[in-house]
Write a protein that binds this ligand. Structure first.
Ligand code: NAD
Length: 467
């Protein structure tokens, strides 16, 4: 029997085990699948699906995840193209890489580590069990990546999922949710493990947060939506905004630092929440660093008038100008009335003072401010100020191990990348699994299946030890 036949046999067995009988079909009908007219019906259907999924063996979860990985893989280009076109943000090439990382590098059930204690009095097992229906909010900046990543993690942990996709990424999100629901159904015969509503609105998200069958909220987005979730009275895994600084000291390998910074800060036009949002460079290497960044495709703006023009269009009323978020360098230069070179730069860089709005605002644009500092200590203090206690991400380039350790320790960010581009922090070109939900205010950090599991204890008394 070859692999394909084996896989087909496993699916047949699983489907037979789980195909509903006439008596246990959930309330929702076959016509109500994945995409619903209203929030209540969607969540009730997901809850019915959860009750059946709870009875399925672990191998069913693994089979669903394997099928998602296999069947979404041929759609990566389409997903990326459609997400970039619909949101008007980011670029297809980088979005393909982001979706690929989410699909291939999000851990499955192997992440649910069991621990056991044994002794004269018996044994205790600690295991992760599902919460139920997770209400997951996805951002516009990584719409499909978050849906793929959250689905794999949450299904691995045994949950069903109601997604609140971003209205600005509605069409591609609904398409993906429906597709993944179908994949899960084909494997296990349970409909509605992944659901949403046909019209995802802010009101629908509010309704979802208040619904009594939502057991856990996982919110990936800006401070407004995360704070709204925190007020819901439910358990919340909140993945909020960041403003990642990148500190470069005089011991750094400058060429590599420049290359990593340009690569990270220009990735998907700086949309990832983890991307370098400012560079803090020790004065004695700052010129060399800037020169190298230019060699790697960055365009430096030095004219104070042009810097002012850029500031005026990029930041409005203390926040990023939404119409330029995730736009290309050429679009941003055009908006600021600055000529764009024939070869479009990968990134726009500019030197500014420490308190400049470019430094203290989360822009999500390929416009990277650089601040000079006298020394490492001053740089670290500024990095702490810029990160502003968001507990998100920071980068540092240095060959001084004690400085790296000091910065990593004091920054208290969920991700700290040493001598690499920001995306190394989510397992792209580096060790570690991928996540697009980095739980910052609530402290879970880089989320995976176990984050969406309830840690429980099961006790067997009277001795069960072979030591
Ligand atoms: P956003 O806050 O505008 O939207 C996030 C989601 O919340 C969307 O689905 C939106 O429809 C919904 N939403 C927003 N306001 C709402 C309201 N008042 N009521 C109901 N629903 C509401 O965020 P965005 O622009 O899509 O994403 C960018 C932000 O998300 C950035 O700040 C970025 O740093 C952050 N982010 C964080 C992570 C992380 O893992 N920590 C990952 C991606 C994005």
């Amino acid at each position: 029997m070859n692999n394909t036949e084996l896989e087909s046999l496993i699916r047949t067995i699983l489907t037979e085990q789980l195909t509903p009988s006439a008596t246990d079909t959930p309330a929702c009908t076959a016509s109500s699948v994945a995409l619903f007219d209203d929030v209540d019906s969607a969540i009730c259907a997901a809850h019915a699906a959860f009750l059946r999924y709870q009875e399925a063996p672990l191998k069913t979860r693994s089979a669903i995840i394997a099928a998602i990985r296999a069947e979404i893989a041929p759609c990566l280009s389409e997903l990326a193209e459609r997400a970039a076109a619909e949101t008007g943000m980011g670029n297809t090439a980088d979005k393909i890489l982001k979706n690929k990382a989410a699909l291939e590098n999000t851990p499955g059930i192997e992440d649910l580590k069991t621990t056991a204690l044994t002794g004269d009095e018996g044994m205790v097992l600690f295991e992760y069990s599902p919460f139920g229906v997770v209400g997951a909010v996805a951002p516009s900046t990584n719409p499909t990546e978050t849906i793929i990543n959250n689905s794999i993690s949450m299904l691995a942990a045994g949950n069903a999922i109601y997604f609140s996709p971003h209205p600005g990424a509605k069409n591609i999100s609904l398409w993906l949710i429906q597709k993944m629901e179908e994949i899960a159904f084909k494997v296990c015969g349970i409909h509605n493990l992944i659901v949403t509503v046909k019209e995802p609105t802010f009101e629908a998200t509010q309704q979802m947060m208040a619904h009594n069958k939502i057991a856990l909220l996982a919110i990936t987005g800006g401070p407004g939506i995360v704070n709204m979730g925190l007020k819901s009275g439910k358990k919340v895994i909140g993945a909020g905004a960041g403003n990642p600084p990148c500190l470069v000291d005089e011991t750094a390998e400058i060429v590599k630092a420049a290359q990593d910074i340009v690569a990270g800060a220009s990735f998907d036009y700086n949309l990832p929440c983890i991307a370098e949002k400012s560079v803090i460079a020790v004065d004695c290497i700052a010129d060399q660093l800037i020169q190298q960044m230019r060699e790697f495709g960055a365009m430096q703006i030095t004219d104070p008038q042009q810097i002012a023009q850029l500031r005026e269009v990029c930041i409005q009323k203390g926040a990023a100008n939404k119409s330029l978020v995730g736009k290309s360098p050429a679009t941003i230069l055009a908006a600021a009335g600055i000529p764009c070179p024939a070869k479009e730069p990968r990134l726009i860089i500019l030197e500014v003072p420490a308190n400049d709005p470019f430094v203290v605002t989360e822009q999500l644009m390929p416009v990277l401010p650089i601040v000079r500092v006298d020394n490492f200590e001053q740089g670290l203090q500024l990095a702490l100020k810029v990160e502003d206690g968001l507990h998100h991400t920071a980068m540092m380039h240095s060959q001084n191990v004690s400085r790296l350790n000091k910065a990593a320790h004091l920054m208290q960010t969920s991700i700290f990348v040493k001598n690499g581009p920001s995306y190394a922090g989510i397992g792209v070109g580096a060790e570690g699994f991928t996540t697009f939900t980095i739980a910052t205010p609530t402290g879970e950090g880089t989320t995976s299946a176990r984050t969406f599991g309830r840690l429980r204890r099961c006790v067997l008394t009277n001795g069960f030890s072979i030591r």
